[in-house]
Design a protein around this ligand. Structure first.
Ligand code: AMP
Length: 191
């Protein structure tokens, strides 16, 4: 079983690349951002709660996010493996994920960071905002707040996974195809 965590700042290309890795390795793509947006569109209580954080570019509280993630994994327990996209984003989430997977005799194979500079990322997000309809992509103040959340709460996961010998970086600048090739090269080398 392969379980990959795709790691990186907003706009790094996690969702785009997850779609390719999903078909390459027959994995289940699990994006907490997509799950929250699904709840928002379905007008659930969870969606309304998540929206109040997401629209500002703040992280949704850990327990809500962890519970939703656990449920999604349990609902897809026949999967050959998972791509976690946008989760974990805090050390509490990373710890909860390790414990949860351990109890299911599963583990993270690798955490792969897609690296790109802030200027490139802001340009990508502003462009995406023109068509995505995402409130959090449409305003540079919200985008900057998402980067602050990343720097304050998520960046430290690099040392969390480095300590486990599971952290890898990939250059996230280039064409989508080039970056997919880099990721596949890395993952194939780990199998
Ligand atoms: P994304 O689609 O990954 O860019 O996520 C969009 C928004 O959903 C984030 O800015 C957060 O508000 C929320 N979100 C997604 N994943 C998480 C997570 N693991 N922890 C907390 N909030 C999250």
């Amino acid at each position: 079983m392969i379980n990959i965590v795709l790691f990186g700042k907003p706009g790094a290309g996690k969702g785009t690349q997850a779609a390719f890795l999903k078909s390459q390795y027959k994995l289940f793509h699990l994006s907490t951002g997509d799950l929250f947006r699904y709840h928002i569109n379905s007008l659930t209580d969870l969606g309304m709660l998540a929206k109040s954080y997401m629209d500002k570019g703040d992280l949704v509280p850990d327990q809500i996010t962890i519970d939703m993630l656990r449920e999604a994994v349990n609902e897809n327990s026949d999967a050959k493996g998972f791509i976690f996209d946008g989760f974990p984003r805090t050390t509490a989430q990373a710890g909860a994920l390790d414990t949860f997977l351990f109890n299911k005799s599963m583990k993270i194979t690798a955490t792969i960071a897609l690296e790109a500079g802030d200027d490139v990322l802001i340009e990508r997000l502003v462009n995406r905002g023109k068509t995505s309809g995402r409130v959090d992509d449409q305003d540079e103040i919200k985008i900057r707040n998402r980067f602050n959340e990343y720097n304050n709460k998520t960046a430290s996961l690099k040392s969390f996974y480095t300590a486990q010998g599971k952290f890898y970086s990939v250059n996230g600048i280039g064409s989508v195809e080039e970056i997919t090739k880099r990721l596949i090269g890395l993952i194939d080398g780990l199998l």
